[in-house]
Design a protein around this ligand. Structure first.
Ligand SMILES: [Fe+2]
Length: 214
């Protein structure tokens, strides 16, 4: 008997990617960030992170990039027919890992947000998204699988840092970035998103929640 099973993947996590079309924009954004308030965070990992209010900057190339993000969020809301008036950026910041620094982000999630995003201003170390299901098996039934025995960090999906690529993912999805060991700087923009206006309108045309953010 020659039996061949078929793998069935159920309940996948849906993320969505976009491509920013202006090839000149990233370098202009990086140069415009010179002097913007920033500090090392995520110790001991050490990535340099800006003040998280880039979504409020009123002039310069970052406003062009923010417009691209807004367009993506409008497409996202329409694509999934979300019951809210808008998806708004509630915080936005840059992440800078200097060339050869070995800086990276530890495993984390973004609480108090609906969607989160990473946008790659440069290539560099990849982002890893942690399998949300695997941790349920820790300390219980765990039969080692071939080359997956070393699962200290769990099973994950690697997403290469590609310039001009934006990825939107659910904020509860844990992720981390690899250490920047290449001989060039790694720059990304991250932001968090919240549904705003009338959310989940139901009977009597009343929403479950009305939201506005500052
Ligand atoms: Fe993150």
């Amino acid at each position: 008997m020659n039996m061949q099973g078929t793998e069935l993947h159920m309940f996948p996590v849906v993320c969505r990617t976009y491509q920013q079309p202006d090839e000149t924009l990233n370098q202009r954004v990086i140069e415009s960030m010179e002097g913007y308030p920033s500090q090392q965070s995520n110790f001991p990992e050490g990535v340099i992170t800006s003040r998280p209010d880039l979504h409020k900057v009123e002039e310069g190339p970052i406003t062009e990039l923010r417009q691209f993000f807004w367009d993506c969020l409008a497409e996202y809301r329409y694509a999934y027919k979300l019951y809210c008036d808008a998806l708004e950026i509630s915080s936005m910041w840059f992440n800078y890992a200097p060339a050869g620094s070995g800086f990276g982000h530890p495993l984390h999630r973004h609480p108090m947000s609906y969607l989160s995003a990473v946008y790659y201003l440069t290539p560099g170390a990849p982002t890893f998204f942690d399998d949300p299901v695997t941790p349920r098996t820790y300390d219980t039934l765990d039969v080692f699988q071939g080359d997956k025995m070393d699962c200290e960090w769990g099973i994950n999906e690697k997403f290469d840092a590609q310039e001009n690529k934006l990825i939107l993912f659910p904020s509860w999805l844990r992720h981390y970035s690899g250490r920047q060991l290449d001989n060039y700087d790694r720059w990304t923009i991250s932001f968090n998103v919240f549904p705003c206006g009338s959310v989940n309108v139901g009977p009597f045309e009343m929403p479950q929640l009305k939201v506005s953010i500052e």
